[in-house]
Ligand binder design. Structure first.
Ligand code: NAD
Length: 292
């Protein structure tokens, strides 16, 4: 029977450290401030934003919310987004996705200053994930996955890892973060031939596909670590992940539940990135003062 990797416990531990860092920053005259930028009124984006705002406020972080109508033109949005980026009272920005089809996410991301990019959206931060740079701000979902390995002291060096899902926000950056820990990584996608074969010898399986019951007990090597990133609703309308939890927990060594797993940590990672972002901004100011 697998040990349950408890996302709420991990988030609570991280939150204590963040609260102290926020307090210290306020004592030094900087109130950590984050901007939420949303275009349109998609229900999922609204509930994600509301949950994140609540979390940030609990940690003592100031939040500013910028909402734009669904039919705002791309140019008008990009102009407003530029202004938010140049607002020095804002230390971190979360651009809620998806954007409406007529607004190009790459164009918007390019305008974002990389040291305010708390969800690792910019090419600069993704490049820093690739090169394993210390000052990277990685996307918060892969960062949340990595947190389990740190909190529960699970070594990745030399381990075989299979990541199911290869999106730019989860699967691909996660594969790189795992490679940075000297794991041997196989990254699968919808067209991967014989998924059981790619998973059954893995010491670690992370599923980020968005498919109910995709990972069954035949995918899992006895004792493996199984991390479920998926967020789906099954036929009964119940929130579930990608992993057939009840059968897989009988085989795996460690498993994350849904809910209460990866999703419980992501907004806390955003807050942690905000603290890191403020440090980078302070360093940049010190650098400029030193030069001029
Ligand atoms: P996406 O749709 O952009 O990418 C899905 C990836 O999975 C693609 O590479 C696709 O090829 C692959 N895939 C889909 N079905 C597959 C299958 N049957 N076999 C193998 N590969 C398959 O999705 P995303 O944004 O990367 O999100 C993935 C999942 O993670 C979704 O369920 C999403 O809701 C969830 N998610 C959870 C959190 C969290 O905080 N827990 C955060 C972000 C995303």
């Amino acid at each position: 029977m697998a040990e349950i990797l408890d996302g709420k416990k991990v988030a609570a531990h991280l939150s204590e450290e963040i609260k102290n860092a926020v307090e210290e920053s306020i004592n030094h005259g900087i109130t950590p401030t984050v901007a939420f930028v949303r275009v349109g009124d998609l229900e999922d984006s609204i509930s994600y934003e509301n949950a994140a705002v609540k979390k940030f406020q609990k940690l003592g972080i100031e939040t500013k919310q910028f909402h734009f109508p669904e039919d705002i033109s791309e140019q008008e949005f990009l102009d407003k987004f530029k202004e938010i980026n140049w607002d020095f009272s804002i230390h971190g920005i979360l651009l809620l996705q998806p954007l409406p089809k007529h607004i190009n996410i790459t164009r918007a991301a390019q305008l974002m200053r990389s040291f305010k990019d708390i969800d690792g959206l910019t090419v600069m931060n993704l490049g820093k994930v690739l090169t394993n740079a210390d000052d990277r701000l990685e996307p918060c979902t892969p960062a949340a996955v990595m947190e389990f390995f740190d909190y529960y002291n699970l070594d990745l060096k030399g381990k075989n890892v299979t990541v199911v899902g290869a999106s730019a926000v989860v699967g691909k950056p996660l594969s790189l973060l795992m490679m940075n820990r000297d794991a041997t990584v196989t990254t699968c996608n919808l067209y991967t031939d014989d998924l059981v074969d790619k998973c059954k010898n893995a010491d670690v399986i992370v599923s980020a596909a968005g498919a109910v019951d995709l990972i069954r007990k035949e995918h899992v090597k006895p004792g493996a670590v199984v991390i479920d990133v998926g967020i789906n609703f099954n036929e009964e309308g119940k929130l579930v992940g990608d992993v057939a939890y009840d059968e897989v927990k009988e085989v795996a060594g460690y498993i994350t539940p849904v809910p209460g797993g990866v999703g419980a940590i992501t907004t806390t990672k955003l807050a942690e990135h905000l603290i890191k972002a403020i440090e980078h901004q302070k360093q940049a100011i010190l650098f400029i003062e030193d030069k001029f």
